[in-house]
Design a protein around this ligand. Structure first.
Ligand SMILES: Nc1ncnc2c1ncn2[C@@H]1O[C@H](COP(=O)(O)OP(=O)(O)OP(=O)(O)O)[C@@H](O)[C@H]1O
Ligand SMILES: [Mg+2]
Length: 359
């Protein structure tokens, strides 16, 4: 990409001066990075002065305050991260998800790689995603995937819970949402997660006045966030994609709308292996357990193993003798759990995939 195509000519002169001042050679690639910092600086300065400052002013101010301003930005970011309860997630979480568990491959291809391989994305004109939606039945792993993505990218994980925004009553939700999103926009290398998204962005046709204003606020916030040069990824999750406002689902707002659904046998196998590894096991016929857990969500599998673990613990405590978990013990526990997914839910999810998914 040529730097002159993205930067006004008077700013290009200023950017060259910045390079001169820092003793670095002016190169297109690094100039683009610097330009992104200047755009961010323009935003910070405009916020500070409460007016939209021009690019030239932003460049001059950047040049004058080089170093000091960056330090301040880093300091502010650290404070904001702490305020927003940012967490780091281990990269291992991503590795524990089976490659066959949808939508892992898709996420890897459409989200992770374009964000990690910045140079290649730029070369081929691929715009890395900034805002995506996950939808699917409860317990299918939406939250798990978002955390795993943050771990894989080695970015911060920040969750905005709709309940947090409701702390001062429904009338204040819109104002809180605006404040939180303003702070979020200033962060860098962060995955911002909003669960139960339908509570904030429900269809305006069916909403009352307050709900409608929250959805309107959201409609304003998404493009603002997407226009930031910082490394941000907004992920919203919902069990009820049908309840979201149509305007949010249109192309241009969210980059991808991704279904997270039922596990196939390979996906179940990896999750079963993951939880089995935590138990004191004897002989376990994994194929049989895979067959017996059709229609189980990851949440069901987790619950199954909690039950099995508790059972094994109690048995050994009572009998004072080593208790090993076997196929029989697990199959017995399976009979006491009703799988969360029904044929009807799977059918509905398939319909939702054809109506709403955009990948
Ligand atoms: N691939 C996986 N391996 C191991 N555990 C998993 C996997 N996917 C999900 N889980 C576990 O299953 C449980 C349910 O997953 P999660 O909370 O991500 O589902 P969800 O779709 O967000 O549910 P909800 O719609 O209720 O918010 C979690 O405890 C999570 O740790
Ligand atoms: Mg969840």
């Amino acid at each position: 990409m040529n730097i002159s195509t993205i930067m006004p000519p008077e700013s290009e002169v200023c950017v060259s001066k910045i390079f001169e001042a820092s003793g670095t050679k002016f190169e297109s690639e690094t100039a683009i990075d610097l330009w992104q910092k200047i755009i961010q600086h323009k935003w910070i300065l405009s916020e500070k002065l409460r007016r939209d400052v021009g690019f030239k002013t932003a460049c001059i101010d950047f040049l004058e305050n080089m170093g000091a301003d960056e330090e301040r930005v880093v300091h502010n970011r650290e404070e904001l991260l702490a305020q927003m309860g940012a967490r780091t997630i281990s990269r291992d979480l991503w590795e524990t998800i089976s490659d066959t568990q949808p939508p892992k491959k898709l996420i890897q291809k459409r989200i992770i790689l374009p964000l990690v391989e910045e140079g290649l994305s730029r070369k081929h004109g691929v715009t890395p995603p900034k805002a995506i939606i996950f939808f699917g039945p409860p317990g299918t792993g939406k939250t798990h995937f978002v955390k795993a993505m943050a771990g894989r990218l080695a970015w911060w994980f920040v969750e905005i819970a709709p309940s947090m925004l409701m702390a001062d009553g429904v009338d204040k939700i819109g104002a809180h949402l605006r404040q939180v999103m303003e702070k979020a926009r200033d962060l860098d290398q962060v995955v911002i997660f909003i669960d139960e998204f339908e509570e904030l962005a429900g269809s305006r046709d069916m909403a009352n006045r307050v709900d409608r204003s929250i959805t309107n606020e959201f409609l304003k916030q998404v493009p603002l966030l997407k226009s930031q040069p910082n490394k941000l990824l907004l992920v919203c999750a919902t069990n009820y994609i049908r309840q979201l406002d149509a305007a949010l689902l249109r192309p241009g707002r969210f980059d991808c709308i991704i279904p997270v659904g039922a596990l196939d046998s390979e996906g179940r196998r990896t999750i079963l292996e993951y939880y089995l590894a935590k138990l004191n096991t004897g002989v376990v016929d994994l194929d049989r357990i895979v067959d017996l857990t059709a229609r189980f969500t990851p949440a069901d599998v987790e619950y199954l193993f909690q039950k099995v673990a508790q059972h094994a613990f109690e048995k050994e405590y009572q009998n004072k003798d080593n208790f090993s978990v076997t196929t029989e013990v697990i199959s017995q526990a399976i009979t006491s759990i009703r799988p969360s997914l029904t044929d009807e839910m799977i059918e509905e999810h398939k319909e939702d995939i054809s109506t709403y998914s955009r990948i």
